[in-house]
Design a protein around this ligand. Structure first.
Ligand code: NAP
Length: 286
């Protein structure tokens, strides 16, 4: 293997510790304790595990948790009422509606009801608009995590060729916008892109967010490139990314493994967003 591995687990732990210290200082300085409200509808076991992980991580850094677990039979109106109540609750700095919601509830519509100042997932149209305009706002957690990994490894973005494979609202588009904001020259690829391997080979920084196990091969990668694999795919062989790590690591200069790369960063960035939301709320009340 030629590439250095990016240890997302260690970096996420470092970020979490930094946030813990910042929360402590914020509260010691008279700031209100940040609070994170999670809203889970239904009994999907994976979603329950994710919510539990977010609440536990919040508690560890001194963020107060407000957990709302609604039955699968909850109506859309009940969720609307709860989100509105949380929008007005000063103890709650951030609101997270765990997706996906059960079929009878439109998660994407309900997400739009979250106050942009409390949108710690960074997924509301207002947050997306602020990002598109390059204005301050809460950024989606996984894309923010990708940028943090690049930053902590001093990856040069200014003038670099960045290629993002995937154009979802959750990952691809926001990652591309964040890279653009750092003055990279950004190409966004998707399922209709012609000669994807050739486009990927141009990349100094390649971000794969596709959801196809090991699609990106070593011979798609420019020698020495930085490769960030956002993919999480469960296969018979275990958890794998969108990049074939073995062949890619022969060519890349720096690469994230799966698991242990981008994945652990998402919760860390959520905690950072919650603290940022608490600070912004205090500033707007002052
Ligand atoms: P998504 O909404 O399904 O989007 C996938 C994107 O990949 C789409 O833009 C699609 O293009 C593109 N695509 C699909 N097949 C392709 C192909 N053969 N060639 C080129 N592009 C192709 O997925 P997502 O939510 O962005 O997630 C992507 C991956 O990241 C998944 O594995 C997911 O599990 C993972 N993920 C990880 C984290 C984390 O680490 N915490 C967070 C979120 C997501 P079209 O738009 O043309 O259909």
């Amino acid at each position: 293997m030629n590439a250095r591995l990016i240890d997302g687990k260690a970096i996420a732990q470092q970020v979490r510790e930094e946030i813990r210290v910042e929360v402590e200082a914020w509260v010691a300085g008279g700031g209100a304790q940040p609070g994170l409200a999670t809203v889970l509808v239904g009994d999907d076991p994976a979603s329950a595990v994710y919510v539990g992980g977010k609440q536990k991580a919040s508690a560890e850094v001194g963020i107060e948790g407000f957990r709302y677990d609604l039955a699968a039979t909850a109506t859309e109106q009940e969720v609307v009422d709860l989100l509105q109540e949380l929008n007005h609750d000063d103890r709650v700095s951030g609101i997270l509606l765990q997706l996906p919601t059960p079929a009878h509830i439109s998660g994407s519509r309900l997400t739009t009801l979250i106050d942009a100042g409390k949108d710690v997932d960074g997924l509301t149209p207002v947050s997306a608009g602020l990002l598109a305009k390059g204005l301050p706002g809460l950024r989606p957690c996984t894309p923010a995590g990708v940028m943090e990994l690049l930053r902590r490894h001093d990856v040069v973005l200014e003038g670099a060729e960045a290629v993002v494979v995937g154009r979802s609202d959750l990952v691809g588009k926001p990652v591309a916008q964040l890279l653009l904001a750092e003055n990279a020259t950004v190409t966004i690829c998707h399922s209709r892109t012609r000669d994807l391997p050739a486009v990927c080979r141009r990349a100094d920084v390649l971000v794969a967010a596709v959801g196809r196990p090991e699609m990106v091969k070593g011979d798609w990668i420019k020698p020495g490139a930085t490769v960030i694999d956002v993919g999480i795919n469960r296969t018979d062989a275990g958890l794998v990314g969108d990049v074939e790590l073995r062949s890619a690591a022969e060519v890349a200069g720096l690469i994230t493994p799966v698991p242990g790369g981008v994945g652990p960063m998402t919760i860390a960035m959520l905690l950072g967003n919650t603290l940022e939301a608490a600070r912004a709320a205090a500033a707007s009340r002052a």
